[in-house]
Unconditional design. Structure first.
Length: 135
C-alpha cells in the first residue's frame, strides 16, 4: 500500500492511507474517544476502513507521520497499551506531535470493529480512527 503524502482527508487528519474509505463512527465510541482527548483543543475524530491487515496499516501510517515531520509520542500515552489488550489482539495505537498539534491513530481488525458496533467492514481488514487536536 502507498500513502498519499500531503493529502489530507476529511476533517483535519494529517495522514491518509491509500484505498481507505471514510466511515461513520457510533456516537458512543466517538464520545468515549473525545473524552480521552479532552485536553486537546479543537479535537476531531475521523474514522476509516481499509482492506489491509492492521499491522500493514499501522506501519504505513507510521511512515507517513515520520515523512510529514511528526515526532513519535506514543510512549507518553502509558495507558494506551493496557487498553489495547481489552480491544483485541490486532489493535494498535500510535501518537505523534508536531509544533502545537497532536494526532493519534487507534486501529483494530474489522472483526473487532463489528463487535464495537461499526457496520459494513471487512472482518479481515482494518478500521482506524485518527484523532487530532492542538496541545
Amino acid at each position: 500500500a502507498t500513502v498519499a503524502s500531503g493529502t489530507i482527508p476529511a476533517g483535519t487528519a494529517p495522514v491518509s492511507y491509500t484505498g481507505a474509505t471514510a466511515i461513520q463512527l457510533p456516537d458512543t465510541l466517538k464520545s468515549t474517544l473525545l473524552s480521552g482527548l479532552s485536553a486537546a483543543k479543537n479535537a476531531t475524530l475521523d474514522g476509516y476502513k481499509a482492506s489491509d491487515a492492521p499491522a500493514t496499516v499501522k506501519t504505513t501510517l507510521q511512515s507517513s507521520y515520520a515523512a510529514g515531520g511528526w515526532t513519535d509520542a506514543t510512549a507518553a500515552f502509558t495507558g494506551a497499551s493496557d487498553a489495547l489488550t481489552q480491544i483485541g489482539p490486532d489493535a494498535f495505537f500510535i501518537a505523534y506531535t508536531r509544533d502545537n498539534k497532536l494526532s493519534f491513530v487507534l486501529g483494530f481488525s474489522g472483526a473487532t470493529a463489528s463487535a464495537l458496533g461499526i457496520t459494513g467492514v471487512d472482518a479481515n481488514g482494518t478500521v482506524y480512527i485518527i484523532g487530532s487536536g492542538e496541545k
